[in-house]
Design a protein around this ligand. Structure first.
Ligand code: BG6
Length: 457
């Protein structure tokens, strides 16, 4: 497919996300020949200096293709009150790209700054002929999300708005759909009769890594639970769509979110890692949560009664993105002891950049007696498809925006429904309990799944 040339306007161009994901992602797409001709205009309140200094600050000097790509990068300061210089720069860049050029505006800014920026895009004309990408969180609660939505609608058509939840861009998250719907094997057991629990577990070893002000204003519940973890839950739990179209996927996912029972406050645990308050930029009496674990239920015909356990946090004992589906016990115990008393069969999806899918099953241990142990079947995607290069989540999503494909983005309805679910917890949050760095969270969270515990940890 040929994409038209693009002027990419990136707000937050000197921020963490731009440096860690967006620029490296654009460069890799460029090197892979997947990008059309582009001009990238970084913007923000504070100029990082000359264009050369801006480019150097991105930290990709010496990387393959960087010099060629970087020559397409400039920085133009702007703010919510005045976008006139930026608008001029966009028009000039567009003229340089010739007929048919399009605009992609990427807002990697805090939720409080978004609405003002959107108005500026409308007033300055930058929004014309553009697609808009928003970074989560989309608002900070239902009310502000609605307000943002209303403001967006004044400037953009819904089909030109792309709300990024980058977990949906992960190859391995899309693999949940492939596994379920491209095989006849799993879907018949994908229900309450055969599944006794689901764990969606995203522990991270990193602390806040210079993102103190983001963490202090957002917290882990808004950053990860109301977005990434619930989106994964949506993919695991949704009903088969008739076709894999964006409309139908969004509709099915939304139906799942509508079926989620209001969260039981006694089954939500907030934690804060020991030493968080001493981090630079953190209030020394901060109660912000750097960890959340909770139990959710999807009250529909398929899932009624099956606990979905969600957990994520910073400064934990491992970095994983693990979805575990625990299957029902066999009708009878026919063998003696051993593994039969341990965890049941589990399907385990590792949603990392090197995705694997494992099925842990009970099997006979080799030797003279009929003893049952736990064995593992393993699918390694990189090994199965050695000639196919995976795309990192942001690469895939940036490309999808340019293609105009909204499948892997989140819809307003989904976002609003998730706030509806999350608002009561945020309005009256449980006290954050301290947990040791390198642990798997406070004791109460470890107990959440019952005696079986968490698979990871
Ligand atoms: C981001 C969160 O959206 O996702 C971060 O803001 C988190 O706090 C990150 O660390 C995890 O993403 P990934 O791609 O490393 O799984």
């Amino acid at each position: 497919e040929t994409l038209p040339p693009y002027v990419i306007v990136l707000f937050g161009a000197t921020g963490d996300l731009a440096r860690r994901k967006l620029f490296p992602g654009l460069l890799r797409l460029w090197n892979a020949g997947l990008l059309p001709e582009v001009r990238v205009i970084g913007s923000g309140r504070h100029s990082p200096g000359t264009d050369e200094e801006f480019r150097a600050g991105i930290g990709l000097d010496g990387e393959k293709g960087w010099e060629e790509f970087a020559s397409r990068l400039t920085f133009v300061p702007s703010n919510a009150d005045d976008g006139s210089d930026l608008a001029r720069a966009v028009r000039e860049a567009e003229d340089g790209l010739g007929d048919g050029a399009r605009r992609l505006v990427y807002l990697s800014v805090p939720p409080g700054a978004m609405l003002g920026m959107v108005r500026m895009l409308g007033d300055s004309g930058i929004a014309d002929n553009s697609r808009l990408v928003l970074e989560k969180p989309f608002g900070t609660d239902l009310e502000s999300a609605r307000e943002l939505h209303a403001g967006l609608q004044e400037v953009y058509r819904e089909r030109d708005i792309f709300r990024i939840d980058h977990f949906l861009g992960k190859e391995s998250v899309q693999n949940i759909l492939a596994l379920r719907f491209a095989n006849g094997l799993f879907e018949p057991v994908w229900n309450r009769q055969n599944v006794c629990y689901v764990q969606i577990d995203v522990p991270e070893e990193i602390g806040i890594e210079g993102r103190a002000s983001f963490m202090e204003s957002t917290g882990t519940f808004r950053d990860m639970i109301s977005t990434h973890l619930f989106q994964i839950l949506g993919f695991v739990a949704l009903e088969p769509p008739v076709h894999v179209t964006p409309e139908q996927l969004h509709e099915e996912k939304e139906k799942v979110f509508r079926s989620v029972r209001p969260l039981d406050p006694s089954r939500v645990v907030f934690g804060q890692y020991d030493g968080y308050r001493d981090e630079d930029g953190v209030d020394d009496a901060s109660t912000v949560e750097t960890f959340v674990a909770l139990e959710a239920f999807v009250d529909n015909w398929r899932w009624h009664g099956v606990p979905f356990l969600l957990r994520t946090g910073k400064a934990m004992g491992a970095t994983r993105r693990t979805v575990t589906i625990g299957f029902a016990e066999p009708a009878m115990r026919m063998f003696d002891g051993g593994a039969e008393h341990g965890p049941p069969s589990e399907l385990v999806l590792e949603l990392t950049d090197d995705p694997t899918i494992e099925l842990d099953v009970r099997a006979k241990v080799p030797g003279p007696s009929l003893r049952i142990g736990r064995g593992r079947m393993r699918l390694d995607l990189a090994e199965s498809f050695p000639d196919d290069e995976p795309l990192e989540a942001y690469e895939r999503l940036l490309l999808d925006v340019m293609r105009g494909d909204p499948t892997l983005f989140t819809s307003t309805n989904e976002v609003e429904r998730l706030w509806e679910l999350c608002d009561p917890v945020l309005a009256d949050p449980p006290p954050s309990q301290t947990y040791a760095r390198g642990s798997f969270g406070p004791a109460e969270a470890l107990e959440l799944p019952g005696p079986r515990g968490w698979r990871v940890g």
